[in-house]
Design a protein around this ligand. Structure first.
Ligand SMILES: *Cc1c(COP(=O)(O)O)cnc(C)c1O
Length: 388
């Protein structure tokens, strides 16, 4: 039996998949079972931030596997201490809770926000404002937080306590902020929602109103964080620092990890027994995370990510089929004039290029380490498809 048939026999069919069986990868290229090679402009949805099997990253992860693969959170490990220290220092936060995915990081953020408010103001101040067209994850709580009706299906009842505001609509925000609200949660660039950045005015308004009312700002930087936009956090582009920020995807270079970082105000909200995760802060994931941070913190690395982002945008804008290019840094959405994004992704696959889609757009999240030659090669393929 071939791999796809075998796979489908016992793996639930919860994903629409392309007919590609991924076998191995090296840096920015991967290959399938038949030996066909692909340039990767998707990084496994932004997770393989240093590309496939980056040598230093792989050495760090393998060394950790051979030393200590896991310890329960009843004990301490040096590698978790080291990663927490470097992560908090790099991001400018006081403390972190480690988990294993973006949804879990957001679950933690929601719990911190509600408990912060409960501890200080008592019951009834539990609502969290999220934005229309947002995406925060697939658990019941994070689906409830997600401001897209298509996700509010089948799994009733959803969790109470989320109020949606239209992105970039300050009047709607003012309308919906009241004494029941403990937090506003947002993505600076809505990823799954179509790679749309928020306006500076709207972000300013959120921080202004929240600051005045002791409402926490939670930024879901699961997709935008860890260098993706050319800054360590996308909030830096807006000159803002949220009370709580969530990270996952690229944080550990492809090993599962999520993190919820909080500022001084929220650092003591979670007390022993109020939250936990068996695998959270796993040593292998922390070792992967340290390798990612070391690269991101190396001289000029993030500036180069920003430059490469500009290069991609400029190249794509030359293409007659491209209506517009959105996003920040190497998080890119391409709106097409006539072609269908899903069809373009399939054609790209045939021609040896992996791209993603988001709503009606082609989405690119190339490995942060990609070279200009590789970018040129991939963009050439994309242009060929778009202009034929
Ligand atoms: C991917 C994503 C999530 C969910 O992350 P998982 O690791 O799949 O749980 C949450 N928020 C944003 C902004 C994301 O892009």
């Amino acid at each position: 039996m071939n791999t796809i048939d075998k796979f489908n026999q016992h793996v639930m069919h919860s994903y629409g998949r392309y007919p590609l069986v991924m076998e191995a990868g090296e840096n920015r290229r991967c290959r399938d079972e038949s030996g066909k090679e692909y340039i990767d402009f998707g990084s496994g949805i932004g997770t393989n931030s240093l590309g496939y099997c980056d040598e230093k990253w792989a050495d760090a992860v393998c060394a950790q596997v051979r030393t200590l693969q896991h310890s329960s959170n009843y004990y301490y490990t040096a590698v978790q201490a080291e990663f927490a220290d470097k992560l908090c220092t790099t991001a400018g936060y006081s403390s972190v809770f480690f988990c294993n995915s973006g949804a879990e990081a957001n679950e933690c953020a929601i719990k911190v926000a509600r408990k912060y408010s409960f501890d200080k103001y008592g019951k009834g101040r539990h609502n969290i404002i999220t934005l229309v067209n947002s995406f925060h994850g697939r658990t019941i709580a994070t689906l409830s937080a997600t401001g897209q009706d298509v996700f509010h299906n089948y799994f009733f009842p959803f969790l109470e306590g989320f109020v949606n505001v239209k992105a970039n609509d300050i009047a709607d925000l003012n309308d919906k902020i009241d004494d029941t609200v403990c937090a506003v949660m947002l993505e600076y660039v809505q990823g799954e929602g179509g790679v749309n950045a928020l306006s500076q005015d709207f972000v300013d308004a959120v921080y202004d109103i929240c600051g005045k009312r002791d409402i926490l700002v939670i930024t879901d930087e699961v997709q935008t964080g860890v260098g993706r936009t050319g800054k360590f956090l996308a909030g830096e582009h807006f000159g803002k620092k949220a009370d709580i920020v969530t990270l996952a995807k690229g944080i550990a270079g492809g090993v599962p990890m999520g993190a919820c970082l909080v500022n001084e105000k929220c650092k003591d909200v979670l007390t022993p027994g109020t939250h936990g995760s068996t695998f959270g802060g796993n040593p292998i994931a922390c070792a992967g995370g340290l390798a990612v941070l070391e690269r991101l913190n190396s001289e000029g690395f993030l500036d180069e990510v920003a430059e490469k982002g500009k290069y991609i945008k400029a190249e794509l804008e030359k293409c007659s089929e491209v209506e517009s290019v959105s996003g920040l840094g190497m998080m890119i959405g391409i709106k097409l004039k006539t072609k269908n994004a899903g069809e373009v992704a399939k054609q790209a696959l045939d021609k040896g290029l992996l791209v993603l889609t988001a709503k009606e757009k082609v989405r690119l999240l190339p490995p942060l380490t990609i070279t200009y030659d590789e970018l040129k090669e991939g963009i050439e393929i994309l242009k060929e498809i778009l202009e034929e």
